[in-house]
Design a protein around this ligand. Structure first.
Ligand code: MV4
Length: 444
């Protein structure tokens, strides 16, 4: 399809992409930092090019190094994975102008959905439910006060250029509004280089549930159901599952239809995820759209039998979506635990050399990772070193399988959060499916 695909990423997702390319008969070229010379992605690709020193800013985020690598390798396409440059509209635009296919939507769509105000406007225009909000960026205190009278308290101030939870301010009273508004603008400017903020009604004790989408350039869009992602800490997801215990077939259809409608309305092409907040009354509200493949895509693969990475590459090559909505079948239950190199009590990263490694296996056990025995986990990148994914007929069985797989997983030399996952698997609220976004904060 593309002759050769350059993988502009590292770690487990680079390995996952290389495997999908091999199955599709595509040649691969990895890029690596000086720190990643012995990394698994560097070894598994058909070729590999060094793009700079260990720190991401000079390698995996270095646009000119990566474009040079594309030219040297003569790659027809580039897969950005997640993180790094995957949702950088300027980078996607450079790819478009360099004649290399960026595996993802157009730079214009990345920009549209990357801005939270324009994304919400598109959602509203498509008839997708949104929480009451200011309907435009808020420029001054007076405007903030007027809007607050309409939407009420508590409300939340969000950065237009934000996302992933950074630069948000929860406001409980009118007295606190002005100072929170100025603080939010200052923070937005320093984090994102853009002071623009908007106001939104605060949703109390919600669940974070997202819908996976596949869309082709011929106007066909299907959804692959939901993922339950409420268990997170400081906006970092820790554990995800599919399906969500909270989502019944009717809600699944409503959320799926809304997501498909939004993708059709904006002319979205590729794989994507629509994130929702779902309240106790099972009302759902558009939160953001992710225009990349996500860390937690495997749980959807397990319950649908669809290889999302392979489909993503085929969609980028102009292929049609592989099936009709009514042909999508959901079967069984899948859970993913993100295994991080970190202290399980303090969450402080724990890089270093893996001196002993035993990886669990057996039916229904999948480990997406780039670690191996004697590998040195570098301190420069994300602490996630593996994803342990299980599949079973029922959620009860999936929890049992995850428990025994976590007990089998043996990593020496560094600390991991495996003990935290074992604690979650035994938690009565978790077992009952009683999980909202504050689940882990009950423990600290
Ligand atoms: C909210 C919210 C409650 N009400 N918006 C956090 C990530 C960012 N995408 C938006 N976030 C939230 N927006 C309203 N109107 C609560 C959160 C939120 C959250 C959402 C999903 C998963 C975890 C979260 C943790 C804290 C806050």
């Amino acid at each position: 399809m593309f002759n050769k695909i350059l993988i502009a990423n590292r770690g487990e997702i680079a390995v996952r992409i290389i495997r999908a390319c091999k199955e599709l008969g595509e040649r691969t070229v990895a890029v690596f930092s000086e720190e990643d010379r012995d990394a698994l992605h560097t070894r598994l690709a058909d070729g590999a090019l060094c793009i700079g020193p260990a720190n991401s800013a000079d390698s995996y985020l270095n646009v000119s190094s990566i474009i040079s690598a594309v030219e040297i390798a003569d790659a027809g396409a580039l897969h950005p994975g997640y993180g790094f440059l995957s949702e950088n509209a300027a980078f996607a635009e450079v790819c478009e102008n360099s004649g290399v296919k960026f595996i993802g939507p157009t730079s214009q769509i990345i920009r549209l959905m990357g801005n939270k105000v324009s994304a919400k406007k598109e959602a509203e225009r498509a008839g997708v439910p949104v929480l009451p909000w200011s309907e435009k960026p808020i420029e001054d205190e007076k405007e903030a006060l007027e809007v607050s009278k309409k939407i009420g308290f508590p409300l939340i101030i969000k950065a237009s250029s934000g996302g992933g939870g950074r630069g948000m301010k929860l406001v409980h009273t009118q007295a606190a509004l002005a100072s929170s508004f100025h603080l939010a603008r200052r923070e937005a400017l320093s984090i994102f280089g853009d002071a623009e903020v908007f106001l939104e009604k605060y949703c109390i004790k919600p669940r974070h549930i997202e819908i996976q989408i596949l869309a082709d350039e011929h106007g066909n869009v299907i959804h692959l159901g939901e993922r339950e992602c409420s268990i997170q800490r400081r906006h970092q997801k820790i554990l995800e599952e599919a399906p969500s215990l909270f989502v019944d077939p009717k809600l699944r259809e409503k959320m799926g239809d809304a997501s498909v409608k939004l993708c059709k309305a904006i002319g979205y092409v590729g794989v994507g995820t629509i994130e929702y907040l779902v309240d106790e009354d099972k009302k759902f509200y558009f939160m953001e759209m992710n225009t990349r493949v996500q860390v937690e895509h495997p749980v959807t693969e397990e319950v649908t039998g669809i290889d999302i990475l392979k489909e993503q590459i085929k969609l980028a090559a102009g292929h049609k979506v592989l099936m009709k909505q009514k042909e999508v079948r959901f079967k069984g239950h899948s859970i993913e635990c993100r295994i991080n190199a970190e202290d399980p009590n303090t969450y402080v990263p724990s890089p270093g050399k893996i001196t002993e490694l035993y990886v669990p296996g057996g039916p229904g056990v999948r480990v997406d990772t780039a670690i191996y025995c004697n590998y040195k986990v570098p301190p420069h990148y994300d602490p996630m070193i593996a994803k342990l994914i299980v599949y079973a007929e029922t959620r009860r069985d999936a929890i049992k399988k995850m428990t025994s797989a976590l007990e089998e997983f043996h990593i020496e030399g560094i600390k991991t959060n495996i003990p935290l996952h074992l604690k979650i698997m035994k938690d009565h609220d978790y077992i009952a499916g009683d999980v909202t976004i504050d689940f882990l904060s009950r423990w600290s």
